[in-house]
Design a protein around this ligand. Structure first.
Ligand code: CP
Ligand code: NVA
Length: 308
């Protein structure tokens, strides 16, 4: 049994195997209606709890569909409706859920909640996003890059905007998958020193460049995300918008990247804030492939967790 908690704490060979498995499983069901069961049913007789303490469209639907395609069953739980939201400890919740279900996916606020869940659960726990990281997203993003452009190793990836949870998992992945990562954004929204240390400890090469146009030169992939994340106070909205406006991904910025550069955004997007519609819907964009690949990547993650 394996927990899938973060990219930098998962062995590179396991990450590689999951991406390859995801590509293989995706190809095997090409063109089939979404409800068609996979030929192999590795999750038959398995029950999976999907816990959400924050909103979600992609994570919720892709995990649910993925479990069903592999023959398992799901229950989608809202943290607020559980005793977890009313004072029961995470440790007790983890021990109780482990008596009912075979795997737990949780989207939460504090990283500590995820870590305690993993410590006390006797079944695999998957990180469906915390304030600090979003590893499932980056597994889908690697799968997406590689299906369009081949191996990501040695490529130049540029993140423009807030040094947030999605950036953190990109930073971890830079080390584990061997791509070069440049962060461009205002100093007030830099990634944390902890994230940079963790990434560099697994071999990541990360450059910080304040000028977005310089940063994007020669990029194979340009990535951004919302300027205000779910865990950020709404009171910070105006200040963040003012600080991040120079880092908007628009056609002028994309023109500085390689002509065949890809554009990614984990979604949900705030069109014409962090990225213009011209870029979101333009020739570089693979944002809907990324969304689809959440399904395929997470199916491979779940198989790895259960060893099936
Ligand atoms: N990208 C992502 O995790 O989307 P949701 O918030 O809709 O799950
Ligand atoms: N950074 C965003 C990602 C949403 C999928 C957030 O945490 O709200």
């Amino acid at each position: 049994m394996n927990h899938f908690l973060d990219i930098h704490t998962t062995a590179p060979s396991d990450l590689r195997a999951m991406i390859d498995k995801a590509a293989e499983m995706k190809a095997a069901r090409d063109g089939l209606p979404k409800g068609t069961p996979d030929a192999e049913q590795p999750l038959a007789n398995h029950m999976v709890a999907l816990i959400f303490e924050k909103p979600s469209t992609r994570t919720r639907v892709s995990f649910d569909v993925g479990v069903r395609q592999m023959g398992g069953q799901t229950m989608v739980l809202s943290g607020a409706d559980m005793q977890l939201g009313h004072g029961e400890t995470i440790a007790d919740t983890a021990r109780v859920l482990s008596r009912y279900v075979d795997m737990i996916m949780i989207r939460t606020f504090e990283e500590q909640t995820l870590m305690e869940m993993a410590e006390y659960a006797s079944v695999p726990v998957i990180n469906g996003l915390t304030d600090r990281t979003h590893p499932c997203q980056i597994m889908a993003d690697i799968l997406t890059f590689e299906e369009h452009r081949g191996p990501i190793k040695g490529k130049k990836v540029v993140w423009s905007g807030d040094g947030n949870n999605v950036f953190a998992s990109f930073a971890h992945a830079a080390g584990q998958f061997g791509f070069n990562l440049t962060f461009t954004g205002p100093p007030t929204l830099d990634p944390s020193a902890r994230v940079l240390d963790e990434a560099r400890a697994v071999g990541a090469e990360i450059t910080i460049e304040r000028d977005p146009f310089k940063a994007v030169e020669g990029a194979d992939l340009v990535v951004t995300d919302t300027w205000v994340s779910m865990h950020d106070p709404q009171s910070a909205r105006e200040r963040r918008h003012n600080q991040l406006r120079p880092y908007q991904v628009n056609e002028n910025l994309m023109a500085m990247a390689r002509p065949d550069a890809l554009f990614m955004h984990c979604l949900p997007a705030h069109r014409d804030d962090e990225a213009t519609s011209a870029v979101m819907d333009g020739p570089h964009s693979v944002v809907f492939d990324e969304a689809e690949n959440r399904l395929h990547a997470q199916k491979a993650v779940m198989r790895w967790c259960l060893g099936v």
